[in-house]
Design a protein around this ligand. Structure first.
Ligand SMILES: [Zn+2]
Length: 208
């Protein structure tokens, strides 16, 4: 692994490092962590663990840190055949993320709604947007906000509602060790914020 890159760690981001360079650096650090814990990396079972973890971080769990991985989106312009005031809801979107405080999983569902003004989006693309922002070290509040803001921006609509209900493994496996608690966050923009009936309709549609 090139040492000059290691000294640049504090500046690590897309501009400085390729995906493979990131994997090389994380592999070396992971190896140190495991050796510090007293593990035997000559054991065939653990031999590849540092590289396996490094690849998993860069390519799977944290691919959303790279803007190049933002999902390809296709839009459909609204014409007169659509009513503009229709609420579009995608509910029970699978969320699998990693908490940035403990690097442990948080998982659950998200419900997302918007009222189109100029265009609509393929429904599975809302899942893709949620997935993209989930694939970063996150806190639930920030994840909720990023998804809400992104949907408003890409669809050019002020009316967006986002709801997240997640179980945090850092609260189950350590700390308070509470297996049942879930954390709920929500963000409402535009009419969803000002119109209680609309907000209620969103909750009703999401919970059915
Ligand atoms: Zn945590």
């Amino acid at each position: 692994m090139p040492n000059n890159i290691l000294t640049e760690e504090s500046k690590m981001n897309d501009v400085y490092l390729s995906e493979n360079e990131k994997i090389d650096i994380i592999e070396a650090h992971m190896e140190k962590i495991l050796l510090t814990l007293g593990l035997d990396l000559s054991d065939p079972s653990m031999n590849e663990t540092p590289r396996r973890v490094a690849k998993m971080y860069v390519k799977e769990l944290f691919y959303g840190l790279s803007s190049a991985n933002f999902p390809k989106l296709t839009f459909i312009p609204i014409d007169s055949t659509f009513t503009k005031n229709q609420m579009i809801v995608t509910k029970n979107i699978l969320v699998q993320s990693i908490c940035e405080h403990h690097f442990l999983p948080m998982a659950g569902v998200a419900h997302v709604a918007y009222i189109p003004t100029k265009k609509i989006i393929g429904l599975s693309k809302l899942n893709r947007v949620v997935e993209y922002f989930s694939k970063r070290p996150q806190i639930q509040e920030k994840l909720t906000h990023q998804v809400c803001e992104c949907i408003s921006n890409i669809l050019d609509t002020p009316d967006v509602a986002v709801y997240f209900e997640l179980t945090h493994f850092c609260m189950q496996f350590r700390g308070v060790k509470d297996p049942n608690s879930k954390t709920i966050t929500s963000e409402f923009l535009g009419k969803f914020q000002s119109d209680q009936a609309l907000k209620d309709e969103f909750y009703l549609k999401s919970s059915r």
